[in-house]
Write a protein that binds this ligand. Structure first.
Ligand code: PAF
Length: 263
């Protein structure tokens, strides 16, 4: 596995890869969910490129950019083990030559849900992902379905921009209790972890019959389980999904489930 620590190094190493590539962008602190995306990429394409970059423009000033978990050495060992060919570790100047600002506007898929609570988020994601696409030039790119709205935002961006990139969604990886894996799960105390494991059960239940009343009841169930603040439990018919976001201490958890079949 090759590791590029700068855009110049990446450009050189990228030019040595022939044929189509599959790309998996990450913010590091890798877990089984990320690794399952690497495997999906590997199935699709002989050559896999991953990136690790904690993108400042998708965090609001009051959010956890500084404390976001980072473990570069551990991440590189995991990626090597998955047979990733090239890892890109850009600097801020590589991604934002004119300074970190969200310059790409996300489309209609960004409306509502996450945007209501994290209005900065999708423009930051669209900006960094479009910059990565410009640099990496992948034929395929893989994103996890846990961030389901993000996946839709990226699909829309690729479609409206006419980019020749196939976007692949990877199923949510869960622990043995059904909790969706997330780098932010590291923030949870043992007691919070127990409560967090109720989220998927409540979302799955709501997805059986997502009426207004059922969605409201799901919010009440989350509060009863110990979640302190519910951002939303919502049904998006066009995505055939129930999606939820709720706070447990300093941790914001998201999850989603398709209506017909459980993930
Ligand atoms: O899903 C993530 O980890 C990030 O939002 C992404 C797509 C790597 C962009 O920074």
């Amino acid at each position: 596995m090759k590791t590029a620590h700068s855009l110049a190094e990446f450009t050189q190493m990228r030019s040595e890869i022939d044929g189509a590539t599959a790309f998996v962008p990450t913010m590091g602190a890798l877990h089984e969910g990320h690794l399952s995306l690497m495997r999906l990429a590997k199935e699709r394409c002989e050559s896999v490129i991953a990136s690790i970059y904690v993108n400042p423009t998708q965090f609001a000033p009051h959010e956890d950019f500084d404390s976001y978990p980072r473990d570069l050495e551990g991440d590189l060992a995991l990626l090597e083990n998955e047979g990733v060919d090239l890892v890109f570790l850009p600097s801020e100047a590589d991604i934002y030559p004119s300074g970190p600002a969200a310059r790409t506007k996300s489309g209609c898929a960004a409306e509502g849900l996450e945007s209501k609570f994290r209005p900065h988020f999708f423009d930051g994601v669209a900006t960094v992902v479009s910059r990565f696409f410009e640099i990496v030039k992948p034929a395929h790119a893989v994103f996890g379905e846990k961030d389901f709205q993000q996946l839709q935002v990226i699909r829309e961006m690729v479609e409206t921009g006419g980019l020749p990139i196939e976007i692949i969604g990877g199923p949510i990886a869960r622990d043995e209790h059904g909790l969706a894996l997330s780098s932010r799960n590291e923030y949870l105390s043992a007691e919070e972890l127990e409560i967090a494991r109720m989220l998927n059960q409540i979302v799955y239940k709501a997805a059986e019959n997502p009426t207004e009343d059922v969605l409201k009841e799901a919010q009440e169930m989350l509060l009863t389980a110990g979640f302190e603040r519910i951002n939303y439990v919502a049904y998006k018919p066009e995505w055939n999904r129930v999606l939820a976001a709720a706070w447990l201490g300093k941790t914001r958890l998201i999850d989603n489930c398709s209506i017909k079949k459980a993930d």
